[in-house]
Design a protein around this ligand. Structure first.
Ligand SMILES: Nc1ncnc2c1ncn2[C@@H]1O[C@H](COP(=O)(O)OP(=O)(O)OP(=O)(O)O)[C@@H](O)[C@H]1O
Length: 317
């Protein structure tokens, strides 16, 4: 039975709503209905169409999606290289929409590290591996002395098993070696977040696994939060959480957890796929599901005790 709320009830509801934690208040990365529209020659492309994403501190996660789904657009925004058209994006307490040019520079130097697919984009060709790793520390203006910077550079290269080529220039290293050095460069200023856009895209599977290990080391040993955009199934299968982007929105998530068989002690990884439900209650059904049942435009819903049923539209039948 519903009764009319009293004035006091309404006041309580307002207070409750005001005190409710904001979306993503405890996340390290919060994207809230993020929109990015590109306009070229009068043609508008909505690369991000209200994308929601939360990443907790200490996560190692992958972003996947078809070509043109908006992955690179999102990464460029998180890297501080591009600004969204609308919505909200926060990383480690920084508001990516309202940052001044000066804040943005400091953000790129100190809060995020990035590794790009093209090895040539990550390293300066005329510097050795060790000099490349020391450079971001020098640019960030930390008071660390030259020797302290060199020591830290070597420590990072050792951690990522790249110390053997510390005196080599990029052209004297393989693609995989360059990417491991690139991870060290990205970590030089101890960023809160390490972003990588297809970091294994140009590598064979064995070398890709070594590069992925460098990201895992950064995550496990240094506690760095890592977000990797990848087409590489091997990489996507190695992380606990894979988020799929479709048409500029997060659509599904795969979560993996280890289960130990009580009798055999055998450990297996169990993966389960989830669809994302946004705060307006919108749900994106996987295309293969809707196509299999010929669902389009309109579906019938039914609330059951522990699930919601979705049926093809039978109103015209
Ligand atoms: N600078 C730009 N100007 C105009 N349109 C752009 C720009 N950058 C991206 N787009 C468009 O936005 C959409 C999303 O592109 P984006 O590069 O983010 O996709 P992606 O998922 O990274 O694809 P890929 O896997 O091929 O790299 C595409 O339709 C693309 O053509």
């Amino acid at each position: 039975m519903t009764t009319n709320p009293t004035l006091a009830d309404l006041a309580d509801r307002v207070t409750e709503a005001r005190n409710r934690p904001a979306y993503g208040h405890d996340a390290l990365i919060t994207c809230d209905r993020l929109v990015r529209i590109f306009s070229t020659d009068g043609v508008e492309v909505q690369a991000l169409q209200g994308l929601d994403l939360l990443v907790r501190e200490g996560e190692l996660m992958a972003l996947v999606g078809a070509s043109g789904s908006g992955k690179s657009t999102l990464m460029n925004i998180l890297a501080g290289l591009d600004t969204p058209t609308a919505g909200a994006a926060r990383v480690a307490g920084r508001d990516l929409l309202t940052m001044t040019a000066r804040d943005r520079l400091a953000y790129r130097r100190e809060v995020v590290g990035f590794v790009w697919q093209q090895t040539s984009r990550n390293l300066l060709p005329y510097l050795t591996a060790a000099q490349n790793v020391a450079l971001p520390m020098q640019l960030s203006g930390t008071r660390a002395r030259r020797r302290a910077r060199a020591e830290r550079a070597l420590e990072l290269l050792e951690l990522l098993e790249a110390a053997d080529f510390r005196d080599r220039r990029p052209h004297e290293m393989s693609g995989g070696q360059q990417q491991r050095v690139a991870v060290a460069v990205a970590l030089a200023n101890s960023p809160a977040v390490l972003l990588a856009d297809e970091p294994t895209g140009e590598l064979d599977s064995h070398t890709a696994a070594q590069v992925f290990d460098a990201f895992r080391t950064a995550n496990e040993r240094l506690g760095t939060t890592v977000v990797i955009v990848t087409h590489d199934q091997a990489v996507a299968g190695e992380v606990r959480r894979t988020v799929a982007i479709r048409d500029g929105r997060t659509s599904t998530e795969v979560l993996r957890r280890s289960e130990v068989d009580a009798t055999t002690g055998h450990e297996t990884v169990v993966a389960r796929e989830y669809a994302m439900l946004d705060r307006a209650g919108r749900l994106q059904l996987p295309a293969e599901y809707t196509q299999a049942l010929g669902m389009r435009d309109r579906v019938a819903l039914e609330l059951e005790q522990d699930h919601i049923g979705v049926w093809p539209d039978d109103s015209e039948g």
